[in-house]
Every structure is written in C-alpha cells, then in structure tokens.
Design a protein around this ligand. Sequence first.
Ligand code: KG4
Ligand code: ZN
Length: 328
Amino acid sequence: MLVLGIESTCDETACSIVHNGREILSNVVSSQINLHAQYGGVVPELACQRHVDVLIPVIDEALKTAKISLADIDLIAVANGPGLIGALLIGLNAAKALSLALDKPLIGVNHIEAHLYAALMSHPNIHTFPCLGIVLSGGHTSLFHLEEIGKHTVIAKTVDDAIGEAFDKVAKMLGLSYPGGPIIETMARQGDPSQYKFRAGQVKGSPMDFSFSGLKTAVLYGIQGRTLTESDKCNVAAAFQEAALTDVVRKTLIAAKHQNCKTLLFGGGVTHNKRLRQLFAEAAPELTQLWPAEGLSLDNAAMIAGLGYHLYNKRGNGDGLHLEPFTR
Ligand code: KG4
Ligand code: ZN
C-alpha cells in the first residue's frame, strides 16, 4: 500500500510517500526557519502564506523522488491537528482535494502520536508494547502510556510552556536566533552548568507533570541588566539545558516505573538533543530506548504517512471529506 502523507501543522511544509507503513520512498520537508528567524518565533500568518506557496511543489517533489505518480497512491494521510488552525486547513484541504480527485481514501493523523510512531519506523523489529511515549517538541511536552499503535493514555503534560518553546525563548533572551534548541545545545557543550542554579518547576499534586515557565523566568532574572560575555552565555545555556533535561529524565523514569514500562519511545524536535540521549542512557541502561532516526525527529510527513497506514488498516476505512482540523 502506497501512502501519501501531508504535514503542515506549524512551520514545516512536508510530503512523504511511504510503502506499507515502514519503507520511506521520499521524505520532503520545506522548512520555514529562515522566514520566522527574524521574529524569534513562528508568525502564523506568514506560515500560512508559505504553506500555500510551497505545498504543491513539495507534493510534486515527493512523488518525483519516489518515482511514482498520483495514480499509484492508495491512501492519503494528513496531520489534522494539533497545530495552527490556518496552517492545518491548508494541508487538510489539499489532502481532501487529492482524495476527491483521485477517488482514494483519506485519513486524519494526530501529529503528536505520529511523532511517537517515527521512533517505531526507525526500529521495526523491536517488540515494544506496552511502552512509555515521550513527546518533546516546540508545542508539546507529554508522557503517554501506549498499549498499541493508536491506543494511548496521557500520563503527564506541561502545565505551561512546552520544553522546545522554553529552549526557543531562552535563546531569544540570549540574543540567539530561532529555533533556539540546536544553538543552546551547541553553546551548552562549551559551558559550565554549575555557574547558575536553575531548576524546572514542580506541579503540586502532579509529580510527573511539567512546568518550564518558572525556569524561563529564572533565566531572565539571572541575566537581566548584565552584559554577558560569550562564555557567560555558554554557562547560562548549559545550566538551563541541564535543568530542563534532567527534569524530563527524572519524571519520565517515575512514570516508567509507575506504568511498569520497560521500553521508552521518544518523539519530537527536542529528542534531537544529544545531551538528552546521553542522560537517558546513563540514567536507565536497563530500559529499551527507541529514538527517531535522522530526518524523523523534527516535523516530517513520513511519520504521518506511516501512522496513517496503520490507522487505516486497523479501522478498515478512512475519515471522509467531513474530517475537521483540531488545534489542541
Ligand atoms: O517537533 P518539532 O520539529 O516541531 C513541533 O512540533 O513543535 O520541534 C521543534 C522544537 C523547537 O522548539 C526547537 O528549538 C527544538 O524542537 N529543538 C531542539 C533541538 N533541535 C530542535 N531542542 C533542544 N535541542 C535540540 N538539539
Ligand atoms: Zn512536531
């Protein structure tokens, strides 16, 4: 079964062709990073304009790379949420138009769930379920108990900022460009985390929930009114990163124990961070840790097409043209 996946939830326009949920024939991502960098974050109106401009060329390129034509497609999968409403509508309406024109089924895929499926695509032969899913991205920070593909319960989530958002905001405070995550990681490698005492927030009565807005404010107070040298900035980046990542590791391991999960499944842009992977490897060598492969951790459409294949086969039917977008 050949699935064409479309992703347009935020600031990446992507299309991918995936065979039988696993074999990636093409994975085209048009990133809008340069467009939004000057504003220090995603500007929804600009994101939408760019999606409109590039979506059809991106679909064409995905088909060309996969060496197939639209007539070969068996199913159209689209990320219908969560995300920016305008951005979602563009991908969703393109998917509906393709479904109608080709007379092929359409299926909506949850973007967050797809981030977790990305790690499964990278490790097809490992028996994983039940497992603990950890999604760390610019919009989400959540822990899930996964019984099987498409069947999950939320265990914990952030009560304020997402972890990637905190990386981006701290980078902005330090005068660094967007997205902040990769730059903070690079600077942190040269910094000394012990120079600043930062801690991520604890949520009263919910020991596994996350809170990063206090950490962000602590960084602001730590640097306010001072002229920072490059080395100061590296120390701030290191201390912030260590506080944010150790908090994720600690809460994840509490959840894994609580849920009796022996496998951790990671997804989302922040899982690109090497220090995070190192901390998990050191803290829990006894647990199987599945990370997305290169090209599958940041937003992409291969994960949408891959998960769409499984959801369609499980349900035995698609969603139809009444499929709605959802923002949260
Ligand atoms: O999953 P993603 O591409 O988009 C969302 O669905 O949000 O994640 C983007 C987020 C951004 O906040 C970015 O700063 C963060 O992932 N990120 C990182 C790293 N690479 C990307 N955060 C920390 N370390 C990294 N190496
Ligand atoms: Zn994402």
